[in-house]
Design a protein around this ligand. Structure first.
Ligand code: GLN
Ligand code: ZN
Length: 756
């Protein structure tokens, strides 16, 4: 019988209950018992919700207080020595210490989970590392569900993904060499799950969606050769990309089931059906686990029917493409969205229903779900033709874009001369990245305005005062290119989304980003355009206060795209170009208003890179083109800046150079300028501001430290092209350290000018 299955359900709770409980615990306001009660409550609610909707295969151990990779690390007892763990069970205190650090032990690193905005805690691996089963969380949660009368399929991060995501603590050490050391722990855990009654266990191996090395392939074969013998049937879960050249490898592993992502890679179905082992179950990821759109169920039934016809009903499961961790919890809470938009959307709870409908349609007479299927088709048709989505003017404008629109008038050297003549800046010009401290007062005023407690005039008056104060402070500090401070912005993407057509905002559409942190991405539902200027008022006001150049501050098209839920009815590249045209309008208007320096931030350019390297060029081509489309509408003497942070540049240097920004500022101080090497090796031709102040901590860097970094940069790059700036915006910092640090920064630049 075709079954409905879920790979993971969001654990934060419909009202971010888990975030609140965990943070209360960290503050000492909720003890372990209290925290565990909230957690058990959430788990029970999520299991019963799934059961209630009719999901056949319900996951357990998809819950986590912080991160599922960290949970696996804890289960393996892989606690780094600095946390002083003396063997034995790893408890909650140790878990949180690993994630957040303590006074004497820095936290473990955190990085992005594949191409999502979720961050996991990176395992630390070293020669001779030993592993012992150190938590029973997976077994406990299985038993907990069982006690509620719910049979679950526990989820584990598979050994090859866990090792591959780990970081070698010594140069040259290969984490995969630890396979034989971790396997016995997996064997023990699987046997315990079997004894507890688990018939199936889901092994997450998303690594199978990446380019694999020969060593990884071997490791996968060895691991699953052994683990499939232990007892529970294994459902090997892959997601976020197609299996492609790993198809034979994945289908050849002796597991009882394979899950594939047919939303990202619908084309892989035939190859997988062809290669699948005779008795293996195929789990079809046909409902998008990464987005907020309601599925077109008739269309989704296509691959389900194909698979059932080929494999028979018993060997097919219907599921979302990946864990629902990446989708908000419940659309029913979105009372602020209009009915039409809502009718096009589905969050996790609604997606459960979609999965059940598809499984029901596959296993019974389709008439049973005929109404639901018809409603879905109707919604899909309405969305396809809605005038709210399709804007003929936007389409016409995009079609009329020529290559000339993506090129500045003159090559960089000519622009540089024109800009120098206009701006008259000293050598080693100083600037900041845009935002100044978003103090409690700033946030309270915004909240008060949103609640309606203060009116527009009062709010604007406050923002103007704040901006003026910030301009004066920058003048006093002696900065060369000023910024207005971004006090009117809550968030660098949300602010623009709120001013652009084609965007919607949810009240409660939170997804976990890391630990207790959640983000609420905007939803891009239609063609994007800019009804009216978004930043010109604030930038002109700030410029009117000072004789120094005021830098206009915009978020770039690629970053806006990558930090939003995007349409699934057109390619990402098309939406990106639309946003680029909207930003271009803003750039041109800023120039017309007398703003001579304009920064277009693209911190998320790199994170949009596809998982497979063969797809990189195509992405980079349209990403770069979009930036250039946004930035090329201005005269030579208008200086375009861009900014990027948390980014490796080495392998994308040609694209960074192709952006052809007049100035790029990057985060380099944390790596002690190491990230600059890519620019040196590439002979980067344009101007560059390597960050000299790590803004992630309240520490005030001494002047000598910043000067030393600048000297280091000046040795390897043309000194004439160097700017002096912090690593990133200052919104999370406090005023005292901002003033002290910027004073040192300006002094460092001045001392360098003297020795020139
Ligand atoms: N202009 C933004 C700021 O200063 C840039 C933020 C970012 O790069 N993440 O806050
Ligand atoms: Zn930044």
């Amino acid at each position: 019988m075709t079954r409905s299955a879920i790979l993971g359900f969001p654990r934060i709770g419909a009202h971010r209950d888990l975030k609140k409980a965990v943070e209360a615990h960290w503050k000492g306001q909720l003890d372990h018992a209290g925290l565990n009660r909230v957690a058990a409550d959430l788990r029970a609610r999520h299991w019963t919700t799934q059961k209630g909707v009719g999901i056949d295969v319900i996951p357990s151990n998809d819950f986590s207080f912080y991160d599922q990779v960290l949970d696996m690390t804890a289960a393996l007892g892989a606690v780094p020595a600095r946390f002083g763990h003396d063997g034995g069970p790893v408890g909650l205190n140790t878990l949180f210490a690993m994630a957040r650090g303590t006074d004497d032990a820095p936290a473990m690193e955190m990085t992005k989970w594949f191409d999502t905005n979720y961050h996991y805690i990176v395992p630390e691996l070293h020669t001779g590392q030993q592993f012992t089963l150190s938590t029973t969380k997976a077994v406990d949660e299985f038993n907990e569900a069982k006690a509620l009368g719910i049979e679950t399929r526990p989820v584990l991060i598979g050994p090859v993904t866990w090792l591959s995501l780990g970081k070698a603590k010594e140069p040259g050490f290969d984490p995969l060499s630890l396979l034989e050391a971790v396997l016995p722990v997996y064997v023990e855990l699987l046997s315990r799950l079997a004894s507890a009654g688990a018939e199936w266990v889901q092994m997450d191996e998303p690594i199978l969606a990446l380019d694999l090395t020969e060593a990884q392939r071997k490791t996968l074969k060895r691991a699953y050769g052994l683990l499939s013998e232990v007892g529970p049937k294994l459902m090997l879960a892959t997601y976020f990309e197609g299996l492609r050249d790993n198809t034979e490898l994945a289908t050849g592993l002796p597991v009882s089931g394979l899950h594939i992502d047919l939303v990202r890679a619908p084309d892989q179905l035939d190859a997988v059906l062809e290669a699948l082992r005779d008795d293996a179950v195929l789990s079809l990821g046909v409902i998008d686990g990464r987005n907020v759109w309601r599925a077109d169920l008739e269309a989704a039934l296509g691959p389900v029917d194909t698979a059932v016809a080929r494999l028979g009903p018993d060997r097919v499961q219907v599921a979302p493409s990946c864990s629902l961790l990446h989708t908000p919890v419940d659309l029913d809470l979105e009372t602020g969205l209009d009915a039409e938009l809502r009718s096009w959307m589905a969050f996790s709870v609604q997606k459960l229903g979609e999965v059940v409908t598809l499984a029901t349609a596959a296993r019974t007479d389709r008439a049973v779900v005929a109404d639901t299927l018809a409603a879905s088709s109707e919604a899909a048709a309405a969305r396809r033709t809605s005038t709210r989505i399709h804007d003929a003017a936007v389409a016409a404008r995009l079609a009329a874009v020529t290559p000339a629109d993506t090129r500045r008038h003159s090559p960089f050297p000519d622009r540089q001369a024109a800009q120098r003549a206009r701006l008259g800046l000293p050598a080693f010009p100083t600037t900041t990245i845009g935002s100044f401290p978003q103090t409690t007062e700033v946030r309270q005023k915004r909240a008060a305005f949103r609640r309606g407690d203060i009116d527009q005039a009062a709010y604007d008056g406050f923002l103007k005062d704040e901006t003026e104060r910030t301009v004066r402070i920058q003048e006093e500090l002696g900065l060369d290119v000023l910024v207005h401070g971004e006090f009117e912005r809550n968030d660098m993407v949300e602010y623009f989304g709120e001013h652009l057509s084609g965007f919607a905002f949810t009240r409660n559409g939170w997804v976990q980003s890391y630990g207790s942190r959640c983000v609420k991405p905007p939803v891009i539902f239609g063609d994007v355009s800019r009804p009216e200027p978004m930043t010109v008022g604030w930038s002109s006001y700030a410029q009117s206060l000072t004789a120094r150049p005021m830098k206009g501050m915009l978020t770039g098209p690629v970053t806006i795209l990558n930090w939003s839920f995007v349409r699934d009815d057109v390619p990402r590249s098309q939406t990106c170009r639309q946003i680029a045209l909207a930003i271009r309008d803003e750039v041109v208007d800023l120039e017309a208003a007398g703003i001579g320096v304009i920064q277009i931030d693209e911190p998320a350019l790199r994170e949009g890179l596809p998982l497979r390297t063969t797809d990189w060029d195509a992405y980079l081509a349209w990403a770069v083109e979009s930036f250039r489309l946004a930035s090329s509408g201005v005269a030579d003497e208008t200086q375009i800046h861009t900014h990027m942070c948390y980014c490796e540049f080495n392998d994308i240097m040609p694209s960074i150079a192709a952006l052809d920004a007049d100035v790029i500022s990057i985060e380099t101080s944390r790596s002690d300028m190491e990230l600059l090497d890519a620019f040196v090796d590439f002979h980067y031709p344009n101007e560059i501001g390597p960050g000299v102040w790590d803004i992630h901590a309240p520490r005030v860097p001494p002047m000598e430290e910043m000067r030393r970094m600048l000297e280091k940069a000046a040795k390897v790059l043309p000194a004439d092209n160097l700017w002096v700036n912090p690593d990133c915006g200052l919104k999370t910092r406090g005023w005292p350290e901002v003033k002290a640090s910027l004073e040192n920064l300006v002094t460092a630049a001045r001392s360098l000018r003297q020795s020139k």
